[in-house]
Write a new protein. Sequence first.
Length: 130
Amino acid sequence: MKGFIEEFKAFAVKGNVIDLAVAVVIGAAFGKIVSSLVTNIITPFIGLLMGGIDFTGLEYTIGDEAITYGVFIQSIVDFIIVAMVIFLVVKAINKAQNLGKEEEEEKEKKPTEPAEDIKLLREIRDILKK
């Protein structure tokens, strides 16, 4: 039992577990921001473009019970919008991160001017070839 506790302790304080916990907390906070963006800005804008379509009122009544399939359809639409917004944000972040890498790669690809002694040796070589 003592070995199990030590093993669990080593696992729990590893950097990966702590990083994962931080990512979950930040992800939850980011999810609230994205949900607010979608609910308060993007969905109303799309509603204006589509003529104010709202699926939440769609339902099918059987006896005294109502099947509110419109809420389900609206949830799917909301999910697609949230997924698109998150995709665009992640794409922008990746592009910003890769921008610095591309500049470094371009610098590495550019041929550097040879040193003066190399130039001199090449001139001597070329003269001796004649």
